[in-house]
Design a binder for this molecule. Structure first.
Ligand SMILES: Cc1cc2nc3c(=O)[nH]c(=O)nc-3n(C[C@H](O)[C@H](O)[C@H](O)COP(=O)(O)OP(=O)(O)OC[C@H]3O[C@@H](n4cnc5c(N)ncnc54)[C@H](O)[C@@H]3O)c2cc1C
Ligand SMILES: NC(=O)c1ccc[n+]([C@@H]2O[C@H](COP(=O)([O-])OP(=O)(O)OC[C@H]3O[C@@H](n4cnc5c(N)ncnc54)[C@H](OP(=O)(O)O)[C@@H]3O)[C@@H](O)[C@H]2O)c1
Length: 286
C-alpha cells in the first residue's frame, strides 16, 4: 500500500507542473500488478473533484488514430474509485482483458504516464442511499471489490454501523490479494486509526471465498448464505431488514442472484433519491 494523506490545499498546489497534453489528463503516480489479470494504480486528483466514497468515474486513454482522418478520440470506461473521498490521490483497481479496447493498453501504464479522467462522479453505492442500520454488508465478486476499497477507508462507514461485513468471491486465490492486503493494512494505518478512531478495523468481518482454486473457504457466497454456512461462520443472524444494510457489486448474474436473496430476506432496494435497505452496481457490463 502507498501512504495515504488527506486532501489539502497544499497537496493541490503540489500537483505536477508539467504541461498535460490530454483533455482531463491526470498523471499516474503508482502501479502494482497483482496477477496476470489484475492491477491497481493511483493518479493525481483534479483539484475540483469531489466525490462520495463508492462512486465511479469515466477514465481512459486516447484511442488509435482514425485511419482516414488521423484524428484520435478518447476511449473511456466506467471505473469505481477505489480510494476514499478524503485521499489526495485517486486509486483504481483494474482487470486486464487481453483483447479489451481499453485494458489491453491501460495494463501497460507506468508512473509518469497520463490517463484521461472525466471529473463527473456518479453511482448508487453510497451511504446516502441507505437507511440507518446496525450492520452493513459489502458483497463483491472480482473487481467489484473496488468501490468497497473506498468505503472500507471511509469514516462514515464506521460512524453509521456497528459491524462491517465484506464478502469477496473470486475464482482464484491470487484474485483476493488486493482486498486482503488492503484490509490487513487498515490495522496498522496510523492516520486512519486517528481519523476514524483507534481500533476501528475491529468492526470489519472479512469473508473471502474462492470457487475454482482450493482456499480456506470454498464456494459462491450466494450458496454459502443459502445453506446458512456464511452466517454461522460470521457469527451473525440471517440478514433482516431491521438490522442489515447491503451494497452489492459484481457480475450481472451475481447481482441478480444476491438481489433476489436480499428481497427474500425482506430488504428493499434503495437509491440516492429514496434511501432503503440495499443498493446494487454492476462491476462490468456484459
Ligand atoms: C459502473 C461500472 C464500474 C466499473 N468499475 C470497474 C473497476 O473498478 N475496475 C475494472 O476493472 N472494471 C470496471 N468496470 C468495467 C470497465 O468499465 C471496463 O469494462 C473494463 O475496464 C474493460 O474495458 P475494455 O475496454 O478493456 O473491455 P470491454 O470491451 O469494456 O470489456 C470486454 C469484456 O471483458 C469482460 N470484463 C470487462 N470488465 C471486467 C471486469 N472488471 N472484470 C471481469 N471481466 C470484465 C466482460 O466480459 C466484457 O464484455 C466497471 C463497469 C461499470 C459499468
Ligand atoms: N478469473 C479468471 O481466471 C479468468 C480467466 C480468463 C478469463 N476470464 C473471463 O473473464 C470474465 C470475468 O471473469 P472473473 O473471474 O473476473 O469474474 P466472474 O466470472 O464474474 O467470477 C467472479 C466470481 O464470481 C462468482 N460468481 C459468478 N456468478 C455468480 C453468481 N450468480 N452468484 C455467486 N457468485 C457468482 C464466480 O464463481 P464461479 O467460478 O462458480 O463462476 C467467481 O468466483 C469471464 O468472462 C471469464 O470467462 C476469467
Amino acid at each position: 500500500m502507498t501512504e495515504m494523506r488527506p486532501v489539502t490545499d497544499q497537496a493541490t498546489d503540489a500537483t505536477p507542473v508539467k504541461t498535460l497534453a490530454l483533455p482531463d489528463a491526470q498523471t499516474v503516480t503508482f502501479v502494482k500488478h497483482w496477477t496476470d489479470r489484475l492491477f491497481s494504480f493511483r493518479v493525481t486528483r483534479p483539484a475540483s473533484l469531489r466525490f462520495r466514497s463508492g462512486e465511479f468515474v469515466m477514465i481512459g486513454l486516447m484511442g488509435d488514430p482514425d485511419p482516414k482522418t488521423g484524428k484520435q478520440k478518447p476511449l473511456l470506461r466506467a471505473y469505481s474509485i477505489a480510494s476514499p473521498s478524503w485521499d489526495e490521490e485517486l486509486e483504481f483497481y483494474s482487470i486486464k482483458v487481453q483483447d479489451g479496447p481499453l485494458t489491453s493498453k491501460l495494463q501497460h501504464i507506468a508512473v509518469g504516464d497520463e490517463i484521461i479522467l472525466r471529473p463527473k462522479p456518479v453511482g448508487t453505492l453510497v451511504h446516502d442511499a441507505l437507511l440507518p442500520g446496525k450492520r452493513i454488508w459489502f458483497f463483491a465478486t472480482g473487481t467489484g471489490f473496488a468501490p468497497f476499497a473506498s468505503l472500507l477507508r471511509e469514516p462514515q462507514t464506521y460512524e453509521d454501523y456497528d459491524e462491517v461485513i465484506i464478502t469477496h468471491t473470486c475464482r482464484q486465490v491470487g484474485e483476493l490479494t488486493y482486498g486482503a492486503e488492503l484490509i490487513e493494512s487498515l490495522k496498522t494505518d496510523e492516520m486512519l486509526n486517528e481519523l476514524i478512531g483507534e481500533g476501528f478495523w475491529k468492526k470489519i468481518k472479512y469473508y473471502p471465498t474462492t470457487t475454482r482454486e482450493e482456499s480456506p473457504k470454498m464456494g459462491r457466497i450466494t450458496d454459502l448464505m443459502r445453506s446458512g454456512e456464511a452466517f454461522a461462520d460470521l457469527g451473525v443472524p440471517q440478514i433482516n431488514p431491521a438490522d442489515d444494510r447491503a451494497m452489492v457489486c459484481g457480475n450481472l448474474a451475481f447481482n441478480l442472484e444476491i438481489k433476489d436473496m436480499l428481497e427474500g430476506y425482506g430488504l428493499v432496494e434503495g437509491a440516492n433519491s429514496n434511501p432503503q435497505h440495499y443498493v446494487v452496481e454492476k462491476a462490468f457490463l456484459d
